[in-house]
Write a protein that binds this ligand. Structure first.
Ligand code: HPA
Ligand code: MG
Length: 208
């Protein structure tokens, strides 16, 4: 069973004044929860674990937009570096789907999957990045790929979790709403390097 780096509820992150935060978000951030450097270090190791398990199959790396795009790009950079310098290398192609499942800081009833006919996935292996996986996985399995592996940077330890665990996990975090590193609150904060916790008044400010 895959394990991520566990961040406990008592670990409330870091004082934001010890990190660089864009001026336009300075008032909105409560704490830095996972610094950018730690995200990259963990991602480097995930890339190594994935490539060790993957054999010589062609990989279709499927990114779940928009929240997965930073992790996807950094994970692929590390995988490409391994492909470049290792004893063996495998071809990788990329694909993208877009899923919207959150409004403000709460999940919406309806999960919408936008774009992609997903035909390229037949008979190939997939790396995925993202959180709202169950709905997507049932669609992907219709295409009968040889192998599907799901990589998620974060999983939340929540009571109402759908009971699904990805094959590779970056961090296991408490059930807090986080932003940054492409994760948004109503489209804001994707342009923030660190994964952070918002102030309540920021949630009001950007509420729709
Ligand atoms: N932050 C941003 N988007 C999300 C989250 C979160 O904590 N959980 C699910 N989508
Ligand atoms: Mg979102």
């Amino acid at each position: 069973m895959a394990c991520g780096l566990q961040i406990k509820d008592e670990d409330s992150g870091y004082n934001k004044n010890l990190f660089c935060i864009p001026k336009h978000y300075e008032e909105d951030i409560e704490r830095v929860f996972i610094p950018h450097g730690l995200i990259l270090d963990r991602t480097e190791r995930l890339a190594r674990d994935i490539m060790q398990d993957m054999g010589s199959h062609h990989i279709v790396a499927l990114c779940v937009l928009k929240g997965g795009y930073k992790f996807f790009a950094d994970l692929l950079d590390h995988i490409k570096a391994l492909n470049q310098n290792g004893d063996k290398s495998v071809p990788i192609t990329v694909d993208f789907v877009r899923i919207k499942s959150y409004c403000n800081d709460s999940p919406t009833q309806k999960i919408s999957i936008v774009g992609e006919e997903l035909s390229a996935l037949n008979g190939k292996d997939i790396i995925e990045t993202g959180r709202t996986m169950k709905a997507l996985l049932s669609k992907l399995k219709d295409k009968e790929p040889k192998m599907i592996r799901v990589v998620s940077l974060l999983i939340k330890m929540t009571n109402q979790s759908p009971g699904y665990r990805p094959d590779y996990i970056g961090f296991e975090i408490p059930d807090k709403f986080v932003v940054g590193y492409a994760l948004d609150y109503n489209e804001y904060f994707r342009d923030l390097n660190h994964i952070c916790i918002l102030k309540e008044k920021a949630k009001e400010k950007y509420k729709i």
